[in-house]
Every structure is written in structure tokens, then in C-alpha cells.
Design a protein around this ligand. Structure first.
Ligand SMILES: Cc1cc2nc3c(=O)[nH]c(=O)nc-3n(C[C@H](O)[C@H](O)[C@H](O)COP(=O)(O)OP(=O)(O)OC[C@H]3O[C@@H](n4cnc5c(N)ncnc54)[C@H](O)[C@@H]3O)c2cc1C
Length: 370
């Protein structure tokens, strides 16, 4: 007879960790299966660590709602548990006259999403706030910030454990099969292949979340669940630029990302990126030949930088539902009753603002399960 557990969460990135913390109180027997040796080694540790305000996304989308809710939950949690953060604010800049209408559109979009503190800035107002930035106009988002995401991951992990969740590392989920109203889940670890029965399966497998849905029997092409990998690379700016800006500085958004932006870390170090390049396979090398692209793109609004001041830093991969040139896609957070898979909850396409939204996403999953 196979061992039975209540809930199997697949993946210990920020979404699996936050979900485990959220539901472990209510449900006994919550297990998190992670193929890596520990939590948070993939997308959750390869990002900009920005707390997004919730400006860009269509009204009523999950991205908009969960970002706005998640931002406020995250700031509260950071305050309560001494997780380092800085509400730096962020300015989206119009480098030329043609881009000003974008700022006005983003202003309206943000307000529709409940981001009601946005301020349109003239060139003079912008210059007062950011003397080193050269731009025609700006959109200030005071509630954007940066935070220490690794401490958040550690906190969620230890709280989930305190509440009774158990973590099984170095263990990959390789099969999911309906077994009456439950699921037979097959796993592979150092000792080989084994299986157990789970009453509920929550798919938080990030870049593999489409494949997990497929393992469970969903036709991912038909369901629109096929993921596209979109790489985001970062370059650092040399230490002489420490605190060259006071806030996060973004260009107007691109089709697949927020545009190569300038972020200041909690330590004052300045980083450029990420870009957005669709790729076929997962690899985290930074392509040095992109240096000039970064330089030209940021020089438009930060004119003092020199090419030799940029150095390749790191890369992350976005799990995108939206392919190249395609229209906006929202997060998929769905209980798959329609696919005759009740008690299978899929979280697919959890790209940015997934980190900001993580606590709100976990609450949302908790509501689906209750
Ligand atoms: C370049 C970049 C910049 C970003 N910047 C920001 C930002 O500034 N602010 C923001 O809010 N968001 C940002 N994001 C988005 C954010 O990082 C993600 O939304 C979030 O980290 C997703 O977390 P996750 O838990 O879904 O995925 P992951 O962190 O990838 O976790 C998934 C886990 O599942 C495990 N797994 C996969 N398959 C299996 C299996 N078969 N068995 C067991 N385990 C498995 C993996 O090993 C992994 O640990 C950015 C993303 C990128 C790529």
C-alpha cells in the first residue's frame, strides 16, 4: 500500500514556499517536493528584487490584483519580521517627446489598478529628484521598492516548517496519475523511483510548470499552458556609480519586459537590466556581446556612463505564457476541475510580478483549496 499525504506542493521557489506557509496551518500533511538540494535556486533567486507597484497590467487581471495586494502584504511582512527593504520609489522616463503619451497611459492604467499615488513629472521636476537622469518627462511611483528576497525565502521556509509543512529536497516529481479522487505521484530521488498518494497536488514548478500539467494529463497546447523561456540578463555598473540614482529608473516598457532599467541595490550598487530575449533552452550565461545594447539603451537617459563601466553579472529566465509578439497573458492559477482533474491546482506563467505578488498568490491558492 502506498503512503498517503494530504497536499503535495511541487517546487520550493517563492510561490511553493509562500503556499506551504499559507496552507500548512489548515491542512495537516503538507509536503513540498523540490528537485534541487534546497529552496529558491531558480527564478526566485535570479531577478531584480523589485517590489512592483502594479502599474503595467490590464485592469482586473490577476497580475494587477495580486501585485497590488502582494505589495502591501510584503511591505507589512518585511516591517514585522525585519526583512530589509527600501521604498525607493521608481520613475518611468520618457526619453523623448514621442514617449510622453506612454507615461500618460501608464498613469491611467496604474490608477485603474488601484495604484493611486502616481505622479506625472515635468523635466524640471524629474531633474530635481534625479539630477543625473536626462529625460523629457517622468512618471513617479512612490510605492515601488527593493528588498532582500533571499531573507524572504528563508523566512517563508522556516515559517512553513514551524507550521508543520515538510520539505523533501533532491526529489523530482516525474509522474502524476489520477487515482479515484486522489493522485498517484511518482518521484525520483537518490534511492530511485517511488510513489505516494496525494489528496491535493499544487503545481508551483516555475519553468517546468507546463510539463507538470502535461504529466497530469492536460493537453498543454490546447489549454494554452505551453511556456516560452524569455531570458533576462543583467550587467553591473562599476562602483564609481554607487548611488548615481536615488530611485529605480525604468524606460517605457517593451513588448516582453519592463525595458532595461537601472536598479540600486540595498547596498547602493547599481545594476542594469534585465533585457528580454526568447530562448529555446535554460542556461544562465550572460552574453557579453549584449553589452553594447545595454549601454546604448541606458545611455539614452543616463548619459554619463561609459561602455567599459559595464560588466556581465547574472541572468534569470522568465516562464512566459506569451510567445514572441503575442498579446498579454495573465498568470494561470487554476483548479483543474474542467479537465476532470479536481484537486490539481496549476500555477503556470508566474513571471514578474510573481515575487511581489507571492504572498497574495498564496492566499489565492488557500481560498481555492478551502
Ligand atoms: C529576470 C527576472 C527578473 C524578475 N524581476 C522581478 C522583480 O523585480 N519583482 C518581481 O516581483 N518579480 C520578478 N521576477 C519574477 C519572479 O522572480 C518570479 O515570478 C518568481 O520568482 C517565480 O517563483 P516560482 O516559485 O514560481 O518559481 P521558481 O523560483 O523557479 O521555483 C520553482 C521551483 O520548482 C522546482 N521544480 C521544477 N520542476 C520540478 C519537479 N518536477 N519536481 C520538483 N521540483 C521541481 C524548481 O527546481 C524550482 O525550485 C523576475 C523574473 C525574472 C526571470
Amino acid at each position: 500500500m502506498l503512503v498517503e499525504i494530504d497536499v503535495a506542493i511541487i517546487g520550493a521557489g517563492v510561490i511553493g514556499l509562500a503556499t506551504a506557509r499559507e496552507i500548512a496551518q489548515e491542512k495537516k500533511g503538507v509536503f513540498v517536493f523540490e528537485k534541487n538540494r534546497t529552496f529558491g535556486l531558480e527564478t526566485s533567486s535570479r531577478n531584480s528584487e523589485v517590489i512592483h507597484a502594479g502599474i503595467y497590467y490590464p485592469e482586473d487581471s490577476l497580475k494587477a490584483k495580486l501585485c497590488v495586494e502582494g505589495k502591501s502584504l510584503l511591505y507589512k511582512l518585511c516591517d514585522k519580521h525585519n526583512i530589509a527593504y527600501k521604498k525607493t520609489g521608481k520613475i518611468i522616463v520618457a526619453a523623448d517627446e514621442n514617449e510622453i503619451s506612454w507615461l500618460e497611459e501608464l498613469y491611467e492604467q496604474g490608477r485603474k489598478n488601484g495604484v493611486d499615488d502616481l505622479v506625472l513629472l515635468s523635466r524640471t521636476e524629474l531633474k530635481k529628484l534625479e539630477p543625473n537622469i536626462e529625460a523629457r518627462a517622468g512618471l513617479l511611483s512612490p510605492s515601488s521598492g527593493i528588498f532582500d528576497s533571499y531573507t524572504l525565502l528563508k523566512f517563508l521556509y522556516s515559517q512553513a516548517m514551524e507550521k508543520g509543512a515538510r520539505f523533501v529536497f533532491d526529489t523530482e516529481v516525474i509522474g502524476i496519475e489520477r487515482a479515484g479522487a486522489k493522485y498517484k505521484v511518482q518521484i525520483k530521488d537518490r534511492d530511485g523511483i517511488s510513489a505516494f498518494i496525494a489528496h491535493v497536488v499544487v503545481n508551483c514548478a516555475g519553468l517546468n510548470s507546463d510539463m507538470i500539467a502535461q504529466l497530469a494529463g492536460i493537453d498543454i497546447a490546447q489549454a494554452g499552458y505551453k511556456l516560452h523561456y524569455c531570458k533576462g540578463e543583467y550587467f553591473s555598473l562599476s562602483s564609481k556609480y554607487r548611488n548615481v540614482v536615488n530611485r529605480l529608473i525604468y524606460p517605457v516598457p517593451e513588448q516582453a519586459g519592463h525595458g532595461i532599467h537601472v536598479t540600486v541595490g540595498l547596498d547602493g550598487r547599481v545594476r542594469l537590466g534585465p533585457n528580454a530575449r526568447y530562448v529555446e533552452a535554460i542556461d544562465y550565461e550572460v552574453d557579453g556581446t549584449q553589452k553594447e545594447v545595454f549601454y546604448n539603451s541606458v545611455k539614452r537617459f543616463l548619459p554619463h556612463i561609459e561602455l567599459e563601466d559595464l560588466a556581465p553579472e547574472f541572468a534569470g529566465i522568465r516562464p512566459k505564457l506569451q510567445g514572441p509578439g503575442e498579446a498579454f497573458r495573465d498568470f494561470v492559477i487554476a483548479c483543474e476541475e474542467k479537465a476532470s482533474l479536481p484537486s490539481l491546482i496549476n500555477l503556470i506563467g508566474i513571471e514578474s510580478p510573481g515575487l511581489t505578488a507571492s504572498l497574495a498568490i498564496a492566499r489565492y491558492v488557500g481560498r481555492i483549496m478551502s
